[in-house]
Design a protein around this ligand. Structure first.
Ligand code: YNC
Ligand code: MG
Length: 399
């Protein structure tokens, strides 16, 4: 088992992870790194995909739309739009050489892809520069041919040549060896549509109108001072987020430029990110939350083609920063904020709102009527040994 992964600098199952020094597993220098990619099997070639070209972006979009992640029963498949792909893969520091494709030489068809962006990740008290790897995808006809390890080695090589030796990635499957494991929770917004699609079954003994009433939301938000985040809020949000994320074992560090990219919607194209702040009477940003959109294709359904899915992204609140820590106050505040997030997501025509069991989410998931899904998300670090984080990736023992 794990013929490829056992050759890689990742921790093995059963490796002791108590009382260890956290840090790299393998140390190399740039001149030890291959200057050229490994050859591909005959008929295929490496390409750098130009995501600035509408045409090439469309090719990536179509590969992912047809062949990317599905749920276990193949009812839904992620349908990342070009604007969300631009948002995810063209963050500050992005480079075209990290948008790695494989083409069939004759037909020119794009048949495989992998990408990375740089991220500065704080792991406990150390900051680690990582390649955050995402959108690994192989055309269904080329599956099971050991191409995935070749793509992974290529993104590793390109990172290493830039002096980046660690990787951050998530996957639904179990690989050696998760840093932490989260569960997906789902909060119905449009219950009837979710039921039509087979996503939300009618609980035994219930009736559709009970479910619809259960998930009904007010028309307007309730938090005083809540408004859309604007450019002028970036410094306030960065400061609040830095202090809030310091409470967790693992979290990215945001520069103002990165906060601009990740939180402020782009003026053109389809909206990918929704961000809100609460401003108090002294014009201070006291709270912040954000969610992004990834639609899913509904496979083989006569009524619906697309589900609009919101994913809770970063949030922060001064309520979590009181000294000493005041958990009931944070719980009350987060419940108000997330309820407002649900109302705003409904206004933006989302069908369901997803969140993981990380950060302080345990404080609101139940009260806000999220239900546990079957999906898990495992978090991994490449070439880094660290103690496991229990109960959700960046959760501290305060909860
Ligand atoms: C996966 N998701 O275990 P062993 S997530 C990592 N992540 O190796 P083959 C994976 N490894 O077990 P196929 C993986 N899925 O023998 C499979 N593997 O050691 C491993 N699906 O390769 C697997 N996208 O080519 C096995 O498999 C080996 O043809 C088998 O291709 C796999 O983006 C895949 O789920 C996933 O498109 C491409 O099934 C294909 O089946 C597919 O024979 C649908 O591969 C889409 C899908 C994955 C989404 C994601 C994160 C990827 C992270 C990759 C690891 C990055 C490491 C860090 C590198 C930078 C380091 C620096 C510096
Ligand atoms: Mg393969």
């Amino acid at each position: 088992a794990y013929k490829f992964w056992q050759t890689q600098p990742v921790p093995r199952f059963g490796d002791e992870d108590k009382a260890i020094e956290e840090g790299p597993l393998r140390i190399q220098t740039v001149d030890e790194v291959d200057k050229e990619p490994q050859p591909l099997v005959a008929g295929f070639e490496w390409v750098k995909v130009d995501l600035c070209s509408e045409e090439e972006m469309k090719e990536v979009y179509e590969l992912l739309n047809g062949h990317y992640v599905e749920d276990d029963e193949a009812m839904f498949r992620f349908n990342y739009s070009p604007s969300i792909l631009r948002w995810a893969m063209m963050a500050p520091g992005w480079q075209k050489k990290y948008h790695i494709g494989v083409r069939a030489i004759q037909s020119r068809k794009l048949v495989a892809f992998i990408s990375a962006i740089p991220v500065r990740l704080r792991v406990r008290d150390k900051t680690v520069l990582c390649s955050e790897v995402n959108f690994l995808c192989i055309h269904k006809k080329l599956r099971g041919k050991r191409l995935a390890p070749v793509l992974i080695k290529e993104v590793t090589r390109v990172s290493n040549l830039d002096g980046v030796w660690q990787g951050l990635y998530t996957a639904g499957i179990v690989l050696p060896k998760p840093v932490s494991t989260c569960r997906y929770f789902h909060r119905s917004i449009n219950w009837q549509k979710l039921n039509d699609c087979g996503f939300s079954p009618l609980p035994p003994g219930s009736k559709p109108q009970y479910q619809i009433r259960k998930y009904a939301l007010p028309d307007n938000t309730s938090t005083r001072g809540l408004r859309e985040m604007k450019e002028k809020d970036i410094d306030g949000v960065v400061s609040l987020l830095k202090r809030y994320l310091a409470r967790f074992d693992m979290a990215p560090e945001f520069t103002p430029e990165e906060a601009h990219h990740w939180f402020i919607p782009k003026p053109d194209g389809e909206q990918a990110i929704w961000s809100y702040v609460v401003e108090d009477n002294d014009k201070k940003i006291t709270d912040f939350f954000s969610f992004f959109c990834v639609e899913s294709s509904v496979i083989n359904n006569s009524k619906h083609d697309i589900l609009r899915v919101a994913y809770l992204f970063y949030y922060a609140s001064e309520s979590g920063l009181a000294q000493p820590f005041d958990k009931p106050a944070l719980k009350t505040r987060l419940n108000s904020l997330i309820n407002d997030a649900l109302i705003l997501a409904k206004k933006a025509r989302f069908d369901v709102f997803n969140a993981l069991t990380l950060m302080d989410n345990a404080l609101f998931l139940e009260q806000q009527k999220f239900g546990a899904g079957d999906g898990q998300l495992h978090y991994y670090l490449f070439n880094y040994r660290m103690k496991h984080i229990a109960g959700g990736v960046n959760k501290k023992n305060q909860l």
